[in-house]
Design a protein around this ligand. Structure first.
Ligand SMILES: C[C@H](O)[C@H](O)[C@H]1CNC2=NC(N)=NC(=O)C2=N1
Length: 95
């Protein structure tokens, strides 16, 4: 079920780096030492996305990887987005 902006903001307050955008997606920019390390992280996210069948938008800008999530099927932020965001933060902590 879709969450309200207030719900999302409350949950993001406890999640490092993630913000709610004006067009109702959640977003974080991850920074890396070099390009290929960022690409390895993209592969980690892709493996997760395929496993749970929930796929982020990813913008690769050299060492900055911007990740945005939304549940397009429901045109809303759902628990799936928050779970993916938490999983990506967990993976990032290994870099
Ligand atoms: C059938 C399949 O599970 C759906 O199309 C999934 C695939 N990945 C998805 N990813 C995202 N981010 N939002 C969705 O609504 C979505 N739907």
């Amino acid at each position: 079920m879709g969450l309200t902006r207030a719900d999302v903001e409350q949950q993001l307050a406890e999640m490092n780096g993630w913000t709610l955008t004006e067009n109702d997606m959640i977003e974080r920019v991850y920074e890396f030492q070099d390009f290929l390390t960022g690409i390895a992280f993209v592969k980690d996210m892709a493996d997760y996305a395929e496993h749970v069948q929930h796929h982020p938008q990813i913008v690769i800008d050299h060492t900055n990887i911007t990740v945005r999530l939304k549940t397009f099927d429901q045109n809303a932020i759902t628990e799936k987005d928050l779970s993916a965001a938490a999983a990506f933060n967990e993976k990032y902590s290994a870099y």
